[in-house]
Design a protein around this ligand. Structure first.
Ligand SMILES: Cc1cc2nc3c(=O)[nH]c(=O)nc-3n(C[C@H](O)[C@H](O)[C@H](O)COP(=O)(O)OP(=O)(O)OC[C@H]3O[C@@H](n4cnc5c(N)ncnc54)[C@H](O)[C@@H]3O)c2cc1C
Length: 236
């Protein structure tokens, strides 16, 4: 399907938000992605990108993606040179990293780093709407404060929604980091006590290989079953 880049905005020093206007309306489920086909130096390449738009349940004419520049990569340097008005080729929304049905007692912990937060924008909203009584946590790891995507929106959601808890984690903080708000370290040290508090929890993990591999080991080691944790690995 053809999609026109309607808007490009900086979300952080390395991440841009691309708003795509679609040639036809599509329906997507929170957590799904699209596959972008790009011809770079005469070679056709495909890359997947999570849908960062909030799901409404109805067909949509626009999709939002948030994409991190990889200087050594092939497609993202090309994509970051595109301008508003350029045409892209994308697939229909697809993928099985979507919310699993649960009972009200099940808390949900979303764990991500960097652009791994993209599918959680929609999944968290859907999760809160489906069951307004359960606790929903976002454990969001980044190197520095400047890398945190949608930070104000998460803060606002935590302020206005009593059962949503935002846990930003910074691995390489500068001297001015507010330790009462940002945790210093890695996501694993932050989600483990949340799960210990209520072992009847579902955990969704999204991001790059190193974090996902470690999280898989940690969750298994904590005795969670495969029906309790779900992964979307970005380099898989
Ligand atoms: C389901 C899914 C959803 C995803 N969603 C998102 C998303 O929402 N946002 C996002 O930013 N990404 C997302 N990704 C990742 C995305 O698909 C791409 O993998 C990413 O954008 C890198 O693409 P690229 O073509 O720029 O890099 P690639 O060309 O694929 O290169 C990847 C890596 O290979 C190495 N490499 C490549 N060429 C060289 C070289 N010449 N020398 C040394 N090393 C090299 C580099 O380490 C580089 O980091 C997702 C992936 C999946 C599977």
């Amino acid at each position: 399907m053809k999609a026109t880049i309607e808007k490009i905005e900086n979300l952080s020093p390395r991440v841009k938000r691309f708003v795509l206007s679609l040639e036809r309306m599509v329906v997507f489920e929170s957590g799904q992605f699209v596959v972008l086909t790009a011809t770079v130096d005469g070679v056709e390449l495909q890359r997947s990108y999570s849908i960062a738009s909030i799901e409404s349940g109805s067909p949509v004419s626009h999709l939002e993606l948030c994409i991190s520049l990889n200087n050594l990569g092939k497609v993202t340097p090309w994509l970051f040179q595109q301008c508003e008005g350029a045409m892209l080729d994308i697939s229909e929304p697809q993928g099985g990293f979507v919310l699993r049905p649960t009972t009200a007692e099940v808390d949900v912990v979303f764990v991500c780093t960097g652009t791994g937060v993209a599918p959680f924008r929609s999944m968290i909203q859907s999760c809160l709407t489906l069951n307004p009584n359960r606790k929903v946590h976002l454990v969001f790891g980044n190197r520095t404060e400047a890398d945190v995507l949608y930070h104000e929106q998460w803060q606002e959601l935590a302020k206005t929604t009593t059962q949503f808890f935002y846990h930003p984690v910074i691995s390489r903080p500068d001297a001015n980091l507010d330790p009462s708000f940002f945790k210093h370290g890695y996501v694993h040290e932050v989600y483990k006590p949340l799960i210990q508090e209520n072992p009847n929890t579902h955990v969704y993990v999204c991001g790059w290989e190193v974090m996902c591999t470690e999280a898989r080991q940690q969750l298994k080691g904590m005795g969670l079953t495969r029906r309790q944790y779900f992964f979307e690995q970005y380099d898989g």
